[in-house]
Design a binder for this molecule. Sequence first.
Ligand code: HEM
Length: 498
Amino acid sequence: MLITSSIFIDFFILLVTAVYVLHIYISNKYKYWKKRGVYFPKPKPFVGNFLDVILLKKHSSEWIKDLYDQIDKDFFGVYVFDDAYFVAKDPNLIKNILVKNFSHFVNRNIASPEHSPCIAHMLFFQKGLPWKTGRSKITVALTSGKMKSMFPLLLESAENLVNFLEKNNQDVWEAKELFAKYATDVISKCFFGINSHSFENFDSKFTILRRKVFGFSFRNIFAQTIYFFKPSWVQRFKIEFVDKEVMEYFSEVFMASLKARETKNSRYSDLIDIMNELKKTKEVRVDGTDDVIFCGAALQFFFAGFETTSSAIAFTLYEFAVNVDIQKAAREEVRTVIEKYEGISNEAVNDLPYLDMCLNETLRKYPVLPFLERNCTEDFPVPNSDVVIEKGTAVLIPTLGLHLDKNLFPDPHKYDPERFRNKINTTNGLSYIPFGDGPRNCLGERFGRMAAKLALVSIINNFEVTKCSTTPIPIIIEPKCLLIESKGGLPLRFTRLH
Ligand code: HEM
């Protein structure tokens, strides 16, 4: 039935009415923080405060960091589209959220998609009780004893790395890509029980699929941003976190390794053996459901371990190339320790305080996961204020903002490992959180640190790392990625030492 005599005028009236109703709805949503007396920057219609990220003008971490720098409050509100997010800035409040009052913030805000069971079974995405059960099972696989038994596998990968560099007649390497090979080798051996052939075959299936997950693509940045910042759309539009082919391949490889190892009775001391061992000793009950949990866990290690570990190594070597004295001091320490322990052993790698300081400083300047996020699971009254974070509210913690705050870390853009000579004091809250904190912190911290240090030891003991003509100075963060990446990569020169 027509409203007027013209279909075009009817259409125009309907359009204007729809836009008006939507505008009223969104304007009401944008009153959320005002009603609660929380400061917020003025939102734009429909997109809230998120326009620069949507237009790929800013990386999400820079967006949060810029707000952190501009707003001089202990906490504030922002709008991502029409969702209200609480941003915690004060280190004491952050400690409250992550550690002291963890029971109010058990879950991450990220989507946990029912249509993608393996992703939904990864710890990072899990919520509530399934997360708690999954975490306690998987933690058993990463105790210091189990880590020690994985050391020979890690060492083998570090040797493969050195051999690869020696064999190839090339001195300039894209560091991120080079250490992705190493991380592929380490993780496929330790968590999948297979050889990825990443050093032998430039385009092994593992490498191709890794690029599909972590390479720059509009599909990836769109899907991954929606998972983190608009989780309600994930279920509604059945959005996949990564390409289905990737998930299917890794699930098949992992389950096949688990089954094959069960029958062959071989021993590699990797996650596969550890899981089969756990099955036998009934330390955990393994049935059909647990298979999915374990599959999620193995894939979780792939997702959580690859990028983080390879970035930590590549950024450290970048800083070593720019700060030659620091590289020299780190090499001297490494060589003294190798002499003391007569080789590279688990004990030797754990006896490198200066290299630890360097890695800490790298993760301060480049926290690979540049923000943390939680969802409030129980109303939480913010201490020393009248504000209550209501159940269901998304909470953001701006790691990059904290790490580059000149009041917390003077001269924050300077690479200075000496900041970490003494242990960071956490009595006044949490300001250094590259691995998160509290019961939901990074489960692979020890593994990640060990793998990164072993690669650094092997490289600086054998090679001088220097800038080349294309090394970017300073680094610009690539906005088309979720994690911190250098725009234009990290090309570095590796010269063999004698
Ligand atoms: C330098 C390397 C790494 C960095 C900087 C890093 C950083 C992080 C951060 C910031 C989180 C979120 C913590 C939070 O929300 O409080 C996280 C979670 C996690 N990471 Fe790592 N990570 C690294 C390596 C690894 C590795 C090698 C593994 C696996 C072996 C791993 C497994 C995990 C898992 C399973 C979670 C989710 C924990 C949970 O929700 O209970 N990470 N990581």
